[in-house]
Structure formats: structure tokens, C-alpha cells
Write a protein that binds this ligand. Structure first.
Ligand code: 0XW
Ligand code: MG
Length: 367
């Protein structure tokens, strides 16, 4: 089998609730890049990457030129065994993990289709029938966030990510955590995510004010050193996200003693191939994982659910149904949340049917 054609679409995804984060980052309508790799056998593989503006070293407009640049590695290549092609792509163009992630997803989709297996079977086998989800709550007024948490709780959600820092008011962040914690009662997991937007000083003040509560902090500051300082000063468990982006940074987070949990995102790490290695490392380290991506719709969600389903429950804290937060749906048959949990698609490959009508006209075709 050979890759014969690369098609790329740009699709605008609109958040059902505008999503506010620290540092002025907003997720309202974002551009998602969808890729399809067609082969000479008639099989096609799909991938998707949807960077949030200003969130990571990634931007949607960067995908098309990077795909075009890497096309000589892809066109004519056998897609079976994605790691082999990823190795060649990494030698051809360093970094650009977000562009590589959508290509890698399409390669895995093709490999699993050729094997006539659901993708999770190639990533470690089915370790879980369904997986716990978290619900992410946009950073608005504390009482509104508490109401959103309660609504999600009533739908069965038991893990809550509370966005902090959008108004640069540390006392409002204390109120957000206190009110969400009270709204969902004892037991559910509640964590506050600054997305790097706090000083170590203010994150420490927030953490010490809620230290009597069952709360986890997520990525308060940009640097690992500052995150470790906050972890030590507050004694609250911590999840690393932006700081944990490859094998070396995951080892560094573990050694710094501030990585009780880590967010593994496909586009941050560079696709399923690289993320599987990070998943296996976290399993060895005992780090609890959130298996997800930055943003996206059904193709991204299906890919990350296959990895989550092939991860043992002992290491998987939660996963994310990104397609729940945005419209339009790219694959109407993609999985949806039920009672706070979600199962991967059951078909072969990614196991979803992309609705090409919502994609529009490709922005690039290479053959
Ligand atoms: C990437 N986000 C902004 C979207 C996901 O819901 C999680 C969140 C994060 O930073 O953790
Ligand atoms: Mg985060």
C-alpha cells in the first residue's frame, strides 16, 4: 500500500460556551485542520489538529505549509507502521509536533484499517470498556462556574477542571474553587487550571487559602521551577500540562516532584506514536494521566479515545470528549458522553464516519 494523495481542509469549530482562560486566551471559534491520506488500495485515513490560539507553540495556519514541506516523505510511502514514517518525518523537519499529530493519526487509522482492527487493538489492546471524563468549566464568575459544575454533576460527571486566572484576581480564583467544590460535594475530583497564567506568589496564595479542601492545582506557572515551588509551598497535588510535552519534560516533572498527574495531548506531544511512549512512561512512573488534546472535534476525539481505552485504568485519571464542547460534529457517529463516561468507537481504524459535507472544499491537495 502506498500513500497516493494528501487532502487538507480547514473547518471552523465554534464552542458552545465561549471558553475563557488565564492570560487573555479565549476559545470561541477556532480553526481545525483535517487531513485525509488516500492510498492506492482505496483505503483512506483521517487526522485532525485544532490548536487554540496563543495556547501552545502551534497555530492552525502553520499546518498546511508544514504538511506540504513533509509531503515528499509521505507520498509514495507505505503507511503501515506509523512510527517508521514519523522517524523519517522527524529527521526531515524537526519539531512541529502539532502538524505531525494529524498526519500520525491518519497513518494509524490506515494501519488499523489494513489490519481490520479497531485502533485501540494496536495501541495496547482494550484495557477499559469505557473511561471517566472530566468536565472543563470556563473561567467566569464563581457562582456561574458552580452552577455549570452542578449541571454537569447532575449529568453524571465526577471530575471537574476549573479554569482560573482570566481576571487576574486571586481572591476570585479562591471563590471559584471553594464554590465548585461545594457545588459537587465531597468525592469528585476538582482541579484548578491556570494554563501558565499565574505568578508563583498568587498561585501560592490561592493554594494556601483552599488547602483545607480536596483540591488539585494544574499548571499554575509557565516554568517547571515555579510550578514545583507552588507544589511545595501549598502541599496540594499538582497536574502538569503545558510543561509536560515529551519524554524528557515528563521525566523532569517527575524529578521536580510536582507531577501527581499529567495532561497528555496529541498535538502537544506529536501524535499517537509519541504519546503512546509518554503514556507508557507515565505508567511506569505512577503518574496519573489525562489523555486528551488541545481542542478539536470527532476525529481528534476518536483518536485520543483509542489511546485512552488501551491505557490501564490504574494510570488513567480521565479523558476528554472535545467534540462535546464544539460544533459542528465532523462525524455524527462519533462517541458521546454517558453518565460521566465515554467508550471508544467500535469500528475498524478510527471507527468513525467523517461527514465530508461539513468539511467544504479542501484548501490543499497534493499528489
Ligand atoms: C486545553 N484546554 C484548554 C481544553 C481542554 O478542555 C483542557 C484544557 C487544558 O488546558 O487543560
Ligand atoms: Mg490544562
Amino acid at each position: 500500500m502506498k500513500i497516493a494523495r494528501i487532502s487538507l481542509w480547514s473547518v471552523r469549530l465554534t464552542s458552545h460556551d465561549t471558553y475563557y482562560m488565564a492570560g487573555g486566551k479565549t476559545c470561541d471559534t477556532t480553526e481545525s485542520m483535517v487531513i485525509r491520506l488516500d492510498t492506492d488500495t482505496g483505503l483512506s485515513g483521517w487526522g485532525e489538529v485544532c490548536p487554540i490560539p496563543h495556547y501552545l507553540p502551534a497555530y492552525a495556519e502553520g499546518v498546511a505549509p508544514a504538511v506540504k514541506y513533509m509531503a515528499p516523505v509521505l507520498l509514495g510511502a507505505d503507511p503501515i507502521g506509523p512510527e517508521a514514517i514519523m522517524e523519517r518525518m522527524n529527521a526531515f523537519l524537526q519539531c512541529h509536533p502539532y502538524t505531525k499529530s494529524c498526519i500520525d493519526t491518519a497513518l494509524w487509522d490506515l494501519t488499523a484499517q489494513a489490519a481490520n482492527l479497531p485502533l485501540y487493538a494496536l495501541l495496547g489492546g482494550r484495557q477499559q470498556q469505557d473511561m471517566p471524563l472530566y468536565h472543563s468549566i470556563t473561567c467566569v464568575a464563581p457562582e456561574d462556574m458552580a452552577a455549570m459544575a452542578r449541571d454537569a454533576y447532575d449529568q453524571g460527571m465526577r471530575q471537574f477542571q476549573v479554569k482560573l486566572g482570566a481576571d487576574d484576581d486571586w481572591q476570585a480564583d479562591v471563590a471559584r474553587l471553594v464554590q465548585v467544590r461545594a457545588a459537587v460535594g465531597d468525592g469528585p475530583l476538582v482541579y484548578g487550571d491556570w494554563n501558565c497564567g499565574s505568578s508563583a506568589l498568587n498561585a501560592t496564595r490561592v493554594g494556601r487559602a483552599v488547602a483545607h479542601l480536596d483540591i488539585m492545582l494544574e499548571q499554575p506557572c509557565r516554568t517547571l521551577e515555579d510550578c514545583a515551588h507552588v507544589r511545595a509551598a501549598t502541599s496540594l497535588p499538582m497536574k502538569l500540562d503545558e510543561s509536560a510535552h515529551d519524554i524528557a519534560s515528563i521525566i523532569a516533572g517527575h524529578q521536580a516532584g510536582c507531577m501527581d498527574a499529567a495532561a497528555l495531548k496529541l498535538s502537544k506531544i506529536g501524535g499517537l506514536s509519541a504519546m503512546r511512549a509518554c503514556r507508557d512512561l507515565c505508567l511506569s512512573l505512577g503518574t496519573q494521566m489525562c489523555v486528551e488534546d488541545t481542542w478539536g472535534s470527532d476525529i481528534t476525539t476518536a483518536a485520543l479515545l483509542h489511546l485512552a481505552a488501551s491505557t490501564p485504568a490504574r494510570g488513567l485519571m480521565n479523558t476528554c470528549d472535545l467534540s462535546h464542547y464544539v460544533g459542528p460534529r465532523l462525524a455524527p457517529d462519533g462517541p458521546t458522553r454517558s453518565n460521566g463516561r465515554i467508550a471508544p468507537p467500535e469500528g475498524i481504524g478510527l471507527g468513525i464516519t467523517v461527514n465530508e459535507a461539513v468539511l467544504g472544499t479542501p484548501i490543499m491537495i497534493l499528489d
